[in-house]
Write a protein that binds this ligand. Structure first.
Ligand code: TPP
Ligand code: MG
Length: 308
């Protein structure tokens, strides 16, 4: 298999840090959703360090790529990622997840914390908003500035997002308009809030999106090289792209991985400690960011230099 042109060990250490920070946040708050952040950490890491054109020191730069968290219940993922990539969100802010007055709300709105674009509570809305944002970006690019508004819209979505009718309407329009600046990453984990998707959702999502006129790519949710290549390919597609990641909710949790129990409740201290052992971390410590993870330059600094 082709080797990725990045440090695999550092990527793995960073991804595990993201998952455990998110699980610690939910555990400390005693509310929230640990499983989806643990599952989506590889995608978030690759996006934020290798693909997203953004500037943590100037989160509102108009030419930035936009990241829409359609499965907004995974907000702990976003906060971990923003903290690690240098946005103005401290480890203490992460420790205050879901507390009154903190910048780390459960379902954050635009402007509430740096780096938050759209995150949605109602499933289906995020991917639909993302299609609208891609239309807006194209308009600005054609009418105002080809250089400044040459940006992509990334949306992370889940089964529930794709069950919603509104998402189908928006995706159909995006395909019709050939919005190549729209990239949706779908966490195909076969689990929803009540249990397996077998209960209510067995359609072939990929074929549906192909019929809308999208490019459809498939990756394995823990395969960083595969995810990286798929995102790189999607960026150059003239059509919108759906990257279907076969991923595992609660990845690394010994008894809750691949279970709806990892969706909307803290893992519990015993399970969380066992998860930390799985990743070779000290089970007694929380909110740990290893020095090599904190100090890394994942290529992000270079992109910032280009756009500052
Ligand atoms: C329109 C809408 N209906 C219902 C809900 C309640 N709800 C929150 S998450 C969820 C489903 C979770 O399953 P999935 O989208 O697959 O996310 P995962 O657990 O895999 O992260 C539901 C039904 C909602 N947020 N929005
Ligand atoms: Mg799911």
């Amino acid at each position: 298999m082709q080797q990725p042109n990045f440090d695999r060990d550092l990527a793995r250490a960073s991804i595990d840090t993201i998952r455990l920070l998110a699980a610690d946040m939910v555990e400390k708050a005693q509310s929230g959703h640990p499983g989806t952040p643990m599952e989506a950490a590889p995608i978030a890491y690759l996006l934020y360090t290798r693909h997203l054109r953004h500037n943590p020191a100037n989160p509102n730069w108009p030419g930035r790529d936009r990241f829409v968290l359609s499965c907004g219940h995974a907000s702990a993922l976003l906060y971990s990622m923003l903290h690690l990539t240098g946005y103005d969100l401290s480890l203490d802010d992460l420790k205050n997840f879901r507390q009154l007055g903190s910048p780390t709300a459960g379902h954050p709105e635009f402007g509430h914390a740096p780096g938050i674009e759209t995150t949605t509570g109602p499933l289906g809305q995020g991917i639909s908003v993302a299609a609208g944002m891609a239309m807006g970006a194209r308009f600005l690019k054609q009418r105002v500035s080809r250089e400044l508004f040459d940006y992509q819209i990334y949306a992370l979505c889940s089964d529930g997002d794709l069950m919603e009718g509104v998402a189908a309407e928006a995706a159909s329009l995006a395909g019709h308009l050939r919005l190549g600046n729209l990239i949706c990453l779908y966490l195909d984990n076969k689990i929803t809030i009540e249990g397996d998707t077998d209960l209510a959702f067995t359609e072939d999502v990929g074929t549906r999106f192909l019929s809308y006129g999208w490019q459809v790519l498939r990756v394995e949710g823990e395969n960083v090289a595969e995810i990286d290549r798929a995102i790189a390919r999607a960026k150059h597609s003239p059509r919108p792209s759906l990257i279907i990641a076969r991923s595992h909710i609660g990845f690394g949790a010994p008894t809750k991985q691949d279970s709806h129990e990892a969706h909307g409740a803290p893992l519990g201290s015993v399970e969380l400690q066992a998860t930390k052992r799985t990743f070779g971390r000290d089970p007694e410590q929380s909110f740990v960011v290893p020095a090599e993870v904190a100090a890394q330059d994942g290529g992000m600094e270079r992109r910032i230099a280009l756009i500052a």
